[in-house]
Design a protein around this ligand. Sequence first.
Ligand SMILES: Cc1cc2nc3c(=O)[nH]c(=O)nc-3n(C[C@H](O)[C@H](O)[C@H](O)COP(=O)(O)O)c2cc1C
Length: 262
Amino acid sequence: MIEFDTTNSTIEDLYKHRSIRAYKTAPLSKELITQVVTAGQRASTSSNLQQYSVVIITDQAKRDKLAELCGGQKHISQAPVFMAWCADVSRLRRAAARVNAPNEIGYVENFLVSAVDAALAMQNAAVAAESLGLGMCYIGGIRNNSQAVIDLLQLPEGVFPVSGMTLGWPDANPIHRPRLDVNAIMFWDTYGTDNEEALLEAYDDKMIETGIYDGRQIPADPNNPNAKPQRYGWQSHSLRRVSAPKRVEMSDVLKKQGFKLK
Ligand SMILES: Cc1cc2nc3c(=O)[nH]c(=O)nc-3n(C[C@H](O)[C@H](O)[C@H](O)COP(=O)(O)O)c2cc1C
């Protein structure tokens, strides 16, 4: 069990978050979806450039296709709404083209700014949705086959899907996953790692206690037989997740989408 901070309803709502991977089939109205996205737009945005967009997908056949493209994630088919949150520098490019103005918005800086903008908006939308009793789950799997997603959603140059999000009325009551001790991620004045090992070991204990890894352990990397055996906790699980290169084609897809990445 995590300890809730109930100082006020905003903080309490943040503590209540958990990703929902089972949904009731009831559709969501356009008004409700629009309300959630509009609240998302209230997030800060770099220089007020608002370099992000979101494509809403309710069509069942398209959600089924996206479920497949995102690595066979059934909750994408099941949730009535899938949102594709995108970094988007294309709007300002079109505005520049209309008045023959120069624009230099394809660099790493611009990708980072637009991806951060998208992340802030989607997290605001997530908090708004949860405050209304809706459930959500981010879908990084949208980057498993980014080119196919770009084609399916007809994303123009300058638009890249950063994360998906399933949305709907929850049909599950999952646990609140404990987080790392705040002192493992928060430092005063200078970065420090003095107590890190002990904090990570303590977190392993907490996560093992939830039973979350029972029946879903990632196999050890057969190419690394010299790795020291570990008990299966957060460290072991996470190290197995990061032991192989992932989505290595992404820089090529980004370049094809008009992000120079220089
Ligand atoms: C950017 C991002 C991508 C994610 N991608 C997926 C995903 O593809 N599928 C999924 O089921 N959960 C996904 N998640 C959810 C995380 O697994 C989840 O947030 C994490 O395990 C913590 O659990 P909690 O959200 O219930 O607290 C993603 C989360 C983030 C922030």
